[in-house]
Design a protein. Structure first.
Length: 417
């Protein structure tokens, strides 16, 4: 369990500190300053890392150029993440939506509805707001936040030089928490390849009649349609591999048009998502003597479950441990030991879940087998590790077979979205 995240909780934040800052406003003096740790990127990963380090007495600096409110629509967070990071409780006590239904729909339209026990919910929120919460928590603990875009990074006499339009800063250690298009990653190694990326297009919509979470697999695509209830609105989006993305947006527009009598889109979003195809990707190193990559920049995402927030936070927590101990190489051993195996399994099993016939069969069987429906839910909601889900599936196979053939329960098939 984490050294940091469960030991401390930030106070509730009433006012967002970081949004009061403007580029160039933070001591943009003439002197080049040297810091121990500069984190490029103040997304969920960078902000949480800043918080963890500041909480331990370090004075990290976070650079981020994001304009608040222009990204991240529809965050869904697994129960695994909620269990692991007690810090999230503080945020969720301020803002979240929850429900106890999750709908999984097969490529041909067969639907199975999972209902959780009363103490377990599907939780969604705007990741942007979680981001602000974490950044403010970090700033309150002593982390320095500079709201500027890093435009260049290079190494000189053993130190990093980090340039924005307003200043040049020196750092002993640089952390790339700058997301999928990471500039730090491009500087220290190779950028994520096209094959290792997926893309999502979506809208925030009003008028979605049922408040619910939906994942629908598509007939002619390896990706899926995802709908998240966000309270006052819903987020609807299509996700597929980047190399398979032709026509993706048009397809989503047709779906929206078909539902236009009830759906009113009011904001578009699009995003690149790391989704490494090959298990060997996770054998690569994410650190060097004086650099470290974390979160999306490191490709730490489980594409099967879509649970990236968990790995962004987890990555940050382990990076903080390595930085505090003073041995950056430790980060590689830590993440490989704690979640590397899970990401490798996700990459290895990816082909299996791109097989539409298999999905069709599983979802059809889950319509009449509560045991299978529960197992599928644990898997797709990222609540259980892949190995454990597989083990449970094999142990329960006779029961699943019995339920889906002999004891077939009527009444689970409903109209699809
Ligand atoms: C639309 C959308 C929906 C999503 N839905 C979910 C979901 O339901 N569940 C889930 O678990 N995850 C979801 N995610 C993914 C999740 O939000 C990210 O994977 C996760 O936040 C990764 O965090 P990160 O900090 O590593 O990267 P990011 O959140 O991408 O943060 C990177 C930060 O770096 C900053 N940056 C980049 N370049 C520079 C630069 N040169 N200088 C300064 N700053 C820079 C950016 O402004 C950004 O703030 C979603 C993402 C999007 C975009």
């Amino acid at each position: 369990m984490g050294l940091i995240s469960n030991a401390v909780k930030p106070q509730k934040v009433k006012k967002f500190l970081y949004s009061e800052l403007i580029p160039g406003s933070v001591n943009s003096g003439r002197f080049v300053r040297t810091f121990d740790v500069v984190i490029v990127g103040g997304g969920v990963c960078g902000a949480f890392l800043g918080y963890c380090l500041a909480k331990q007495g370090l004075q990290p600096v976070v650079f981020d150029c994001r304009n608040s409110g222009n990204t991240n629509c529809g965050g869904f967070i697994s129960n695994l993440a909620l269990k692991k990071f007690s810090l999230l409780e503080g945020f969720l006590s301020l803002e979240h939506r929850n429900d106890n239904e999750y709908h999984l729909i097969s490529p041909s339209g067969k639907k199975v509805v999972f209902r959780t026990e009363s103490n377990k919910k599907f939780v969604s929120f705007l990741p942007d707001n979680l981001n602000r919460y974490l950044l403010d928590s970090a700033i309150r603990c002593g982390c320095k936040f500079i709201p500027e875009k890093v435009v260049d990074i290079y190494s000189e006499k053993g130190l990093w030089k980090i340039k924005t339009d307003f200043r040049t800063t020196r750092a002993r250690i640089i952390v790339g928490a700058d997301g999928v298009r990471s500039l730090v990653r491009k500087t220290v190694c190779e950028p994520l390849s096209r094959e290792d990326l997926s893309i999502g297009f979506g809208y925030l919509v009003k008028g979605f009649p049922e408040k619910r979470f939906i994942k629908r697999f598509l007939k002619n695509r390896t990706g899926y349609l995802r709908i998240n209830d966000l309270g006052k609105c819903s987020s609807i989006g299509l996700v597929d591999k980047l190399c398979n993305s032709e026509g993706l947006k048009a397809e989503l527009d047709i779906i929206i048009k078909q539902e236009s009598h009830r759906l009113r889109p009011f904001r578009k979003w699009s995003t690149l998502i790391p989704s490494p195809q090959n298990a060997d990707f996770f054998k690569q190193s994410c650190t060097g003597k004086n650099w470290l990559l974390a979160g999306d920049a490191a490709g730490h995402v489980n594409f099967l479950t879509g649970d990236s927030l968990l790995y962004a936070l987890w990555s940050a927590e382990l990076a903080a441990q390595a930085i505090i101990i003073g041995d950056l190489r430790l980060f590689d051993s830590l993440w490989k030991q704690e979640f590397g195996d899970e990401l490798i399994k996700a990459a290895l099993n990816r082909k299996l879940f791109e097989n539409r016939n298999l999905l069709e069969t599983l979802i059809a069987a889950a319509q009449s087998s509560n045991t299978l429906s529960d197992i599928l839910f644990q898997f797709f909601a990222g609540d259980e590790r892949i190995g454990e889900v597989k083990k449970r599936f094999l142990v329960k196979l006779p029961k699943i077979f019995l339920e889906s053939t002999v004891l077939s329960l009527p009444g689970k098939i409903k109209n699809c979205f």
